[in-house]
Design a protein around this ligand. Structure first.
Ligand SMILES: CC(C)(COP(=O)(O)OP(=O)(O)OC[C@H]1O[C@@H](n2cnc3c(N)ncnc32)[C@H](O[C@H]2O[C@H](COP(=O)(O)OP(=O)(O)OP(=O)(O)O)[C@@H](O)[C@H]2O)[C@@H]1O)[C@@H](O)C(=O)NCCC(=O)NCCS
Ligand SMILES: Nc1ncnc2[nH]cnc12
Length: 296
């Protein structure tokens, strides 16, 4: 049996393998990122968020908008993995990230579906690309997230902060670090909350979608989601986290009636227009890390 190209490149120390082999592994990394976004979209219920079932707290986007966005973003994830393999610095990654944001807006008619996910998964793709040529220890979550922190963390924190984004408003009003702090610190919520909860959800339910719901609630309970702050202020954020904690405390997806409980929380979020978009992005990052870590 032929070894997968990724295995060839990750287990061989020193200079990279032949270019076509590395290119196949880079394409695979981009595909895993796009698939992580699709899995996030298709996970239901995620309180307040868009899924195949409904548009949650949103009236300007639905599952079709997200699918168009994912199609537009797939080549950029490949490009970011390739840039990471070529040793790109933060300025070059940022330029590609901004082109990806423009492509997303063109594909969605101006709707911001995935700005946070372009940023988080884009950096993780770049780290995975760099790991292909530099590492001998495989694409583990710990390695990829610490690579983002160590290589680009300082530049992320020094970098330009958009003046008019909801995130920058949350930073000014509430001191919330948001997507930048999460990436610069090596995605602590994905590693310490999302991944363990995904694994726990699998053991509790034996079902992949339920495991993703479990991971989503764990992230929601722990994160300072700037989208919740933007739409609901500190009260909205606090209530959302409490609802997620209650779900987990009674057993999460281990409970027989977990679905009814999760749907009730979803309806409460929709009634208040709460939308935890940052937690959705971290779910996608968690899925990406889980899949890359287990290999092709
Ligand atoms: C660094 C940027 C991402 C700057 O972003 P911004 O200043 O906006 O900062 P944040 O709010 O911190 O983050 C942006 C998005 O990240 C998600 N997010 C929120 N909280 C967290 C968190 N604690 N940890 C991680 N990620 C978080 C979230 O994204 C999702 O929500 C988006 C919808 O948002 P929005 O349109 O604001 O909200 P709505 O409620 O729908 O709006 P209305 O309908 O009410 O009007 C959606 O995109 C999700 O993805 C935050 O929104 C970045 O823009 C930047 O610097 N880019 C440059 C490119 C770059 O450097 N790339 C690097 C290589 S790829
Ligand atoms: N499924 C989703 N619904 C709404 N906002 C999001 N941001 C990222 N994923 C999302």
């Amino acid at each position: 049996m032929r070894a997968h190209p990724l295995r060839l490149t990750t287990v061989t120390p020193g200079p990279p393998g032949p270019a076509p082999v590395r290119e196949a592994a880079i394409a695979w990394i981009g595909e895993v990122a796009a698939q992580a976004l699709t899995d996030e979209l298709e996970t239901w219920p995620k309180p307040g968020l868009v899924s195949l079932v409904d548009a949650g707290s949103h009236d300007n986007m639905d599952a079709g908008t997200f699918r168009r966005s994912i199609t537009a973003l797939r080549p950029f994830y490949v490009e970011l993995a390739r840039a990471g393999a070529a040793g790109a610095g933060m300025d070059a990654l940022r330029r590609t990230g901004l082109r990806a944001e423009a492509a997303m807006l063109a594909a969605t008619g101006g709707v911001n579906t995935h700005r946070g996910a372009i940023f988080a998964l884009g950096l993780l793709c770049a780290a995975a690309g760099a790991a292909l040529v530099e590492c001998t220890a495989g694409l583990t979550a710990a390695r990829l997230t610490s690579m983002v922190r160590d290589r680009w963390g300082a530049a992320i924190l020094r970098g330009p902060i958009p003046l008019n984004s909801h995130g920058s408003a949350a930073l000014r009003r509430f001191g919330a670090g948001g997507a930048r702090a999460e990436a610069a610190n090596g995605f602590p919520h994905a590693v310490r909350v999302g991944l363990p909860a995904l694994h726990a959800g699998r053991s509790l339910s034996g079902n992949e979608e339920a495991a993703r719901v479990h991971a989503f609630f764990a992230l929601l309970a722990a994160m300072e989601d700037t989208n919740l702050l933007h739409r609901g202020g500190t009260e909205g954020l606090g209530d959302a986290r409490e609802a997620a904690r209650d779900f987990l405390l009674v057993g999460g997806v281990g409970l027989t009636n977990w679905l009814a409980h999760a749907v009730a929380v979803h309806h409460r979020f929709v009634a208040r227009r709460l939308s935890p978009g940052g937690s959705a992005d971290l779910l996608a990052a968690t899925i990406f890390l889980d899949r890359l870590g287990s290999g092709p």
